[in-house]
Every structure is written in structure tokens, then in C-alpha cells.
Design a protein around this ligand. Sequence first.
Ligand code: SF4
Ligand code: SF4
Length: 221
Amino acid sequence: MLPSGPARDYRSSHVSTVVRPIVRSYKWPHLERAASWVKAGGHAVVWISPRKARLVFARPRKGDESDLGWWSALDLGRSEFSVARRGPFSGMAFIRVPHDCYGIVRERVARDSSHPGATREMQLDCLACAACCKDNNVEIEEPDLERFASAGRADLARPPYARRDDGKIVLVLRKDKRCKHLADDNRCGIYAIRPDACSTFPAGSECCLSAREEELGIVDR
Ligand code: SF4
Ligand code: SF4
């Protein structure tokens, strides 16, 4: 899994309703059908050949760090996307699916095969879940350091709360892999000043679904 750390305002309301894209697989030459699926809100895995796949999704709005298409790409190890300039996908975003992620996109398609529409509404109770606060790799960035300092908690960027990892500052996990700030009732102990990586993590994203599956064994079939 990529980034992580949950928590947006849902921590105060517990349950949030999210609408997530449903993933379908299309083979060449059914590109028009794939484009229609994406226009309806879904994600399309388009197989140009058995060794060449693209993930196509609606172009994220500029500055929208919670866009589910972008997080879907992030979950495949891609932090950037291209935009198609011509053809059926014109104006849509796409990434090349890495070969070692073919299994992951096939699993997404299998998981979503029972959902009929291009999108699906889900109720997620983050307080009952907290999967993304476990076994994660939350990076602390400059804005986080400034926020910690303003709150008189500059210590949050140092041991025992944070450590250096390959030149980056990351949150420390306990031996049981829970974030050090995660309380037994699944509340975040530094919620008001939590890192941006946590506050921008979108419920219902592929990273969220992966965390729920890995930590809790919950698959959204
Ligand atoms: S700081 Fe830790 S407990 Fe708080 S939201 Fe981030 S990962 Fe979860
Ligand atoms: S994994 Fe998803 S549902 Fe669970 S706490 Fe994180 S954002 Fe909420």
C-alpha cells in the first residue's frame, strides 16, 4: 500500500457516505465502451494487449488531493498521470499499469464484478475501522512541521513519535504496527494537528479499500 493515515472530518461524525468508482476490464478494441464507463464515473482497465494495460479514469480537478482516480493510481505506485489528447478517451486521465500490478487490477475487477453500476455508494465508519492508521508509512512534511510547532508540539517530529527514513521524517509505529497516536478506541491522539497525509487520505479510495482488506479482511464485494 502507498501513503496512508486516515482521518478527515469523518473522525468527528464516525460514519461517512462515499461514492466510489467501480472498476471494469475492457479489451481492445472495445475502447468506446470503456470510455462510456469512465464518463459514467467508473474506472476502466484497458488491455491493449496481454502485456500492455492502462488504467483510465476521469481527469482529476486541479489541486484535488482527494480525487479517487489519483489515489487509484497511487495505489499502483504511480504519482503522475497523463491526459489523452485524442480518441475515445480524449480528456480523460490514464496511467500505464505496471506489470507487477496486473494481479492487483484483476483483483479490483473481480471484487467489483457484482456491482452493476459505474459507481457505488458506501457507508464507512472510520472510527470502527482505523485500518489506515496501522502498518502505514506517514511522511511528515514541512507544513506539518509548522503546524506542530505552532501548536507547541515540535516534539512530534522527533523520537519517540517520528524517525528518519531515507532522508524523510515518518511517524513511528508501535510493535503491533498501530500508529503511536492511535488510541485504543481508534481515535487519533493528535487529530487537530495530524499530518496532511492523514487529513487528505480519502475514505473509499483504493488505498482505503486495500487497508481494510489487509488489516481487517473486509472486501467490498
Ligand atoms: S497521526 Fe496516526 S492515528 Fe492520527 S490519523 Fe495519522 S496515522 Fe492515524
Ligand atoms: S481505511 Fe478507510 S474506512 Fe478505514 S479509517 Fe481509513 S479512511 Fe476510514
